[in-house]
Write a protein that binds this ligand. Structure first.
Ligand SMILES: N[C@@H](CCC(=O)N[C@@H](CS)C(=O)NCC(=O)O)C(=O)O
Length: 199
């Protein structure tokens, strides 16, 4: 079945694109203008956001859900552990940790930090940074002894976490976390991740 990804460069679309590249899945890319979505796009994404993956005759939105769906296409379970396994439970755990414990604080921080200095709510900036630093501690500890969150194997959970840590790194929020920083740098350097960053 044909895969088509609707994307905007330098957005959460890059997660899905990165995993498509890692998996070597043939796909079509449809680049959207963030300011003007094509007619009918609301049928694919009710909030008109990116990314959207069209897989045959169905469409799916939410970047992490798209990554979970894509990873399950590999019959050898290289990008997602087998359903029902202990590794699968931890895969879910780290993936949901990424989007519920890390991402909201990054979003909150970035929203304030991009305002002009005079309008910035410094309390909100500090609160978001504090919550993010607290949330990063278990990941920092885990990565002291393993290259990827599930050990030696790279999975879709690393794609979602890697994209978030890249963002944290660019905002200088990961400087106090050497293991997480090294993990983000390693992931960023993967050829598939680099291809997914192309416009
Ligand atoms: N939770 C959603 C968030 C989607 C989202 O907010 N996407 C942003 C880009 S990162 C977006 O589409 N913004 C509006 C736009 O680009 O038109 C996901 O992970 O897919």
């Amino acid at each position: 079945m044909a895969l088509k990804l609707y994307y905007v460069p330098r957005t959460r679309s890059a997660r899905a694109r990165w995993l498509l590249e890692e998996m070597g899945l043939p796909h079509e890319l449809v680049r959207l203008d963030p300011k003007s979505k094509p007619d009918g796009y609301d049928k694919l994404h009710p909030l008109q956001h990116v990314p959207v993956l069209v897989d045959g005759d169905m469409a799916i939105f939410e970047s992490a859900a798209i990554c979970l769906h894509l990873a399950d296409k590999d019959p050898e379970h290289r990008f997602a552990p087998a359903p029902g396994s202990i590794e699968r439970a931890h895969y879910y755990q780290w993936l949901f940790y990424a989007v519920t414990e890390i991402e909201p604080h990054l979003v909150a921080y970035a929203a304030e930090a991009r305002r002009p200095e005079a309008e910035r709510l410094h309390l909100a900036v500090d609160a978001a940074r504090g919550k993010l630093e607290k949330a990063l501690r278990p990941l920092e500890e885990l990565l002291a002894s393993r290259p990827f969150v599930l050990g030696d194997r790279f999975t879709a959970a690393d794609v979602v976490l890697g994209s978030l840590l890249d963002w944290a790194r660019s905002l200088k929020l990961a400087d106090g976390f050497p293991n997480a920083l090294a993990y983000a740098t390693r992931l960023h350097a993967r050829p598939a991740a680099a291809r997914a960053r192309a416009d």
